[in-house]
Ligand binder design. Sequence first.
Ligand SMILES: CC(C)(COP(=O)(O)OP(=O)(O)OC[C@H]1O[C@@H](n2cnc3c(N)ncnc32)[C@H](O)[C@@H]1OP(=O)(O)O)[C@@H](O)C(=O)NCCC(=O)NCCS
Length: 219
Amino acid sequence: MAALAYPVESRHPGWPARLGPLRVPAGVVAVRPVRLRDAGEWSRIRLRDQNHLEQWEPTGVGPWPDRNALWSWPSQWAALRGLARRGQCLPFTITVDGKFAGQITVGNVIRAALRSAWIGYWVSSELVRGGVATAAVALVTDHAFDSAGLHRLEATVRPENNASLKVLTKAGYRQEGLFERYLDVAGAWRDHLCFAVTKEETGDGLVARLLGSGRADLA
Ligand SMILES: CC(C)(COP(=O)(O)OP(=O)(O)OC[C@H]1O[C@@H](n2cnc3c(N)ncnc32)[C@H](O)[C@@H]1OP(=O)(O)O)[C@@H](O)C(=O)NCCC(=O)NCCS
């Protein structure tokens, strides 16, 4: 067979992937693709954490207990997996000490001359304030730039969400502006601050910066 003249580009660069581990105060953080068998922990934590999560997440169709029931994960997982296979999304589970701890997703991946996407995340209420989200954002951002071929990541956050604002600032994102009445969250159109980072701002990487600041160690 004749050799191919050009390398075949992956339709989904950077997917699938396992990232980390990094040690932070909450435990050992790693990131891996979402799995069908995440259903049990995903549902248990999200049903328990309605008050912790609902006020920050896009409004969904139907009541929280239905949207987060065990039986609603397979269709969400299949949709995420389909998007990942088409190169439009990198949907990861965050683990702490090997156990399901939340999700981090790179979504709406646009390629060509833009090479941009958004990043979103949540962490179980039992594990917050221990550096988990910051470590996951650093791992996934470096991966998006180094392996998934992206150039820019954006995160939009409600101005009241102090924890998430802190995560983005610690990880190395910078504030760009305010999107007014941007997203339907918890039943109303909410203003969001836009944070972003581009590849050339990250230097040796956000993980290297986190390690250098003493906020995380290699596990
Ligand atoms: C936002 C969220 C992901 C943070 O996860 P986390 O693992 O606790 O994040 P980290 O520990 O890496 O960093 C959180 C920082 O915010 C601080 N913080 C937490 N709650 C805070 C609050 N109410 N006010 C001010 N700071 C707060 C923490 O002390 C920590 O800072 P520190 O490391 O300097 O002490 C988590 O709280 C969550 O899942 N929230 C609900 C969903 C959500 O908001 N998702 C993001 C939408 S944009």
